[in-house]
Design a protein around this ligand. Structure first.
Ligand code: MG
Length: 277
């Protein structure tokens, strides 16, 4: 009896210790090898198209932001991960330690504005399969370029990122431009408006499903429109969207909060609504 019990206890202690705190990547130590460059894809560059107009919420939608307040949101203690081991440890930590605080982003003139350094924000409610509408604006700043020009992101379930970036006449790697499923799927076209103008994403997201043993039953898929133009057509995801290395799936709950990224730029949001599917 004792010989069976003891290894189980050791295993339990090891798992508990391993997730006492999420992994924190030391980016200074990685400056020499820059492993994030390995997953940047610069070709093919999506064709440019000129987009149309916006959509207001239908009456069965859950309103996440209507220009008034951040009542539907909180600031998670840990946001999202840059590498799969970090991602996995953050999700496990969050499930065990639901420590959240008030979001630090600003609401001004009907818009929700990222507070650089203020951290990501997450919905109080968790979502899985959904239809999401979100409008965003990349502020004009000619001094910025590449991934540093109005970067944010919509992380479905806090894991699967559709990139927000000024991609109007701003070159970057194609699988990291606006409308990409970050480092996994290049958008079909570049439907970006110029910085300073409101833009929209309309998204149909199907969450991944897992078997009882934790194995993958079906991957996450996404169909997305940027300013009304189809940019992702039932794209199949390889796992969470990460900055460094290859993604893979790990079993997680069928619903998790929607997360918006603080990447240090004052990107604005408005008219955010969601319908559960
Ligand atoms: Mg981003």
């Amino acid at each position: 009896m004792k010989s069976v019990f003891f290894p189980s206890l050791v295993l339990l202690m090891t798992v508990t210790i391993a997730f006492t705190q999420p992994i924190k990547i030391d980016f200074d130590a990685l400056q020499e090898t820059k492993p994030w460059l390995e997953t940047e894809q610069w070709e093919p560059v999506p064709a440019v198209v000129t987009p149309g107009v916006y959509t207001s919420a239908p009456d069965d939608a859950i309103i996440l932001f209507d220009g008034q307040d951040l009542n539907s949101w909180h600031k998670p203690k840990y946001g999202y991960g840059a590498r799969m081991d970090e991602v996995e440890s953050i999700v496990k930590w969050k499930l065990e330690h639901p420590e959240n605080s008030a979001p630090e982003w600003t609401v001004k003139s009907g818009a929700l504005i990222v507070k650089p350094g203020g951290g990501a924000i997450e919905t109080n409610q968790a979502f899985g399969d959904c239809q999401l509408h979100i409008e965003w604006l990349a502020p004009e700043d000619p001094g910025k370029k590449d991934q540093g020009y109005s970067n944010s992101g919509v992380f479905l379930m806090g894991l699967y990122e559709i990139q927000i970036l000024n991609s109007y006449e701003n070159k970057t790697y194609a699988n990291g431009q606006a409308g990409s499923m970050y480092k996994q799927h290049i958008p079909l076209v570049n439907a970006s408006r110029p910085p300073g103008e409101w833009q929209s994403y309309d998204i149909v997201f199907m969450a991944p499903k897992f078997n009882n043993d934790g194995s993958l039953q079906s991957p996450a898929t996404i169909t997305a429109f940027h300013n009304g133009v189809l940019i992702q057509n039932h794209a199949i995801l390889k796992g969470p969207c990460v900055y460094i290395g290859e993604p893979y799936y790990f079993a997680h709950p069928e619903k998790l909060p929607l997360l918006l990224q603080d990447h240090g730029d004052k990107v604005r949001f408005r008219n955010i609504w969601i319908r559960e599917l």
